[in-house]
Design a protein around this ligand. Structure first.
Ligand code: HEC
Ligand code: HEC
Ligand code: HEC
Length: 463
């Protein structure tokens, strides 16, 4: 009897001591610190960089047989899913963190999935306690308010990861008017048959609804055409991000042999120069006259007018409770619950980061089973620009604005229907099977993402 109570006493005191140590090593950052330093401390304590960076440092127990393989696997999968270093650097410099990084961090701390349980078991100080979670959530809220002010949203939605599309962005009207003409001008193509609008018709939601676009002489491109609407909100242009700005982007198609097929901008300048009225108007806005820089600048200026505010969802975010149906509101809640509002965050619900297609299941292997088309150059994604292996199959996340009108979906245009695109996202990016009733609600929510252009609901004449 005495022996049992002695053992019991030992066990209890051991638990108490362990609990004291646990609390001591797991101290939350001080409330006094500014938001960036609080979040930074939680990420550092959480060991996030040990699994989410290019050069993770191996913990001491990596030498234990069997442990090394598991740790390496975590670091490999972790780094494929998320690179924490840009966020850490931004927090250190108190600079603007990427909205997607904030949204992802917010999600995985809120749902308790990070740091991985196996890691916290070995690193007590890394656990996100309730106190730390609250501090992290408050810090993220503060950082959003500071770097991504959201004056359009109603107070209860000011901290959402998605922000409403503004009514307009600043642009130069005279230059945009010239850009409008050039955008619709087939003189930008070698044989005078193709304009930007051929593949990005404004009456067809800024896309051509073809799997691959058709350029001069009926030649086909290798990836699906994204919409030009709201493209000014993307952090870079093209699936692989090879153009940093809209003007740089606009320099591409005219010289692309399968799109507009010109040999140089001189050829275009020469054709346009024969049009005396146009030259006169153009030099009024651009005294330096026609050249690649001014032509692409005018087109970029015009593209800034292609924003689509005031969709039902945005009206809901702005405080109009009746803007979305009950089903659509449920769809939005599911959209967040399935972690969709991480990569698809910000004003454009996307366009802010490169993401691996097939995060949780092998998309390309499965596509081969059905399409048997083999891998294409377009499938390489960001890798084509960086040649860094991690960037293979990584794409700039597309915008979901006006998504009901911009089929077919994905960089390869392989998916015709929106419900299928949603179902597949859940499988390949989130790692969850989405039941049909959830898919239907999320699709219904996506129907609330069609905005207005020039005051009228965007339409697609192909539908
Ligand atoms: C021991 C390694 C490890 C640590 C430590 C760790 N993670 Fe992870 N993390 C992973 C792995 C592995 C995945 C990928 C999970 C998967 O694919 O199933 C992941 C996924 C993620 C994702 C992507 C989630 C998604 O749905 O795609 C985010 C964001 C993330 N971690 C953030 C963090 C943060 C923030 C911390 C620190 C608080 C952290 N992680 C700590 C291993 C780790
Ligand atoms: C032959 C069809 C075709 C023509 C003509 C064309 N585009 Fe595109 N556009 C595409 C395709 C396909 C892509 C995707 C290419 C890629 O990502 O590699 C694209 C991408 C874009 C993007 C990037 C959008 C994003 O989200 O990344 C913009 C902006 C754009 N085009 C504007 C223009 C402008 C401006 C012109 C005229 C100067 C033009 N396009 C001419 C087919 C076309
Ligand atoms: C890890 C980042 C990530 C998450 C999480 C994510 N997506 Fe995506 N989404 C992408 C990327 C990247 C693409 C483009 C893939 C491609 O073209 O191969 C995409 C494409 C799409 C498209 C097609 C867009 C188009 O124009 O082609 C839809 C629709 C979509 N996602 C909806 C969702 C939904 C719904 C969820 C939640 C179930 C979700 N996404 C979760 C990154 C993500």
């Amino acid at each position: 009897m005495r022996k049992i109570s002695k053992t019991l006493l030992l066990i209890v005191s051991a638990i108490v001591i362990l609990a004291i140590i646990y609390r001591a090593v797991n101290k939350a950052p001080s409330e006094e610190l500014p938001a960036n330093e609080q979040l930074l401390a939680i990420l550092n304590d959480g060991g996030c960089a040990e699994c989410h960076s290019a050069n993770p440092k191996m913990p001491f127990y990596a030498k234990i047989p069997g442990a090394k393989g598991l740790i390496e696997k975590h670091a490999k999968n972790g780094y494929a899913a998320f690179d924490v270093i840009p966020l850490v650097s931004a927090l250190k410099e108190n600079a603007a963190p990427n909205e997607v990084d904030l949204a992802k961090t917010e999600r995985c701390i809120a749902d308790g999935s990070m740091p991985l349980a196996q890691y916290s078991l070995m690193h007590w100080g890394s656990s996100i306690t309730n106190e730390k979670e609250k501090i992290a959530m408050d810090a993220i809220r503060e950082l959003r308010a500071e770097f991504y002010p959201n004056p359009l949203a109603a107070p209860e939605f000011a901290n959402e990861a998605i922000r409403p599309v503004p009514d307009s962005v600043e642009y130069d009207p005279a230059k945009a008017a010239l850009g409008d003409i050039l955008y619709h001008d087939t003189r930008l193509s070698a044989d005078g048959t193709v304009s930007c609008a051929t593949c990005h018709g404004l009456n067809t939601a800024g896309v051509d609804n073809k799997r691959y676009s058709e350029g001069i002489d009926g030649q086909l491109g290798g990836v699906n055409a994204p919409t030009v609407f709201n493209s000014c909100f993307n952090f870079v242009q093209f699936w692989d991000g090879r153009a940093a700005t809209l003007a740089e982007q606009a320099g591409g198609p005219p010289l692309n042999p399968v799109e507009m097929g010109c040999t140089s901008f001189d050829e275009i300048v020469e054709r346009l120069s024969r049009d005396k009225a146009f030259v006169k108007a153009f030099t009024k806005a651009y005294p330096e006259g026609l050249n690649q820089n001014t032509i692409t600048d005018a087109i970029a200026e015009f593209e800034k007018t292609l924003v689509t505010p005031d969709c039902a969802f945005d009206r809901y975010l702005k405080g109009d409770k009746n803007a979305m149906t009950a089903n659509q509101i449920e769809g939005y809640d599911l959209f967040k619950e399935y972690n969709c509002a991480t990569c698809h965050a910000g004003v454009n619900m996307g366009g802010l980061s490169y993401e691996l297609m097939g995060q949780r299941a092998n998309y390309f292997e499965d596509r081969e089973l059905t399409l048997k088309s083999g891998l294409t150059d377009g499938d390489n994604g960001r890798w084509a620009q960086t040649k860094i292996e991690r960037d293979r199959y990584r794409f700039k996340t597309p915008s979901l604005r006006n998504i009901a009108l911009t089929y077919p979906y994905y960089h390869d245009g392989s998916v015709e229907s929106l419900d299928e695109a949603i179902r597949m996202m859940s499988k390949y990016q989130v790692g969850r099977e989405m039941p049909d009733e959830d898919v239907a609600k999320v699709e219904d929510f996506m129907n609330a993402l069609t905005g207005k252009y020039k005051g009228k609901e965007l339409a697609n004449d192909n539908m």
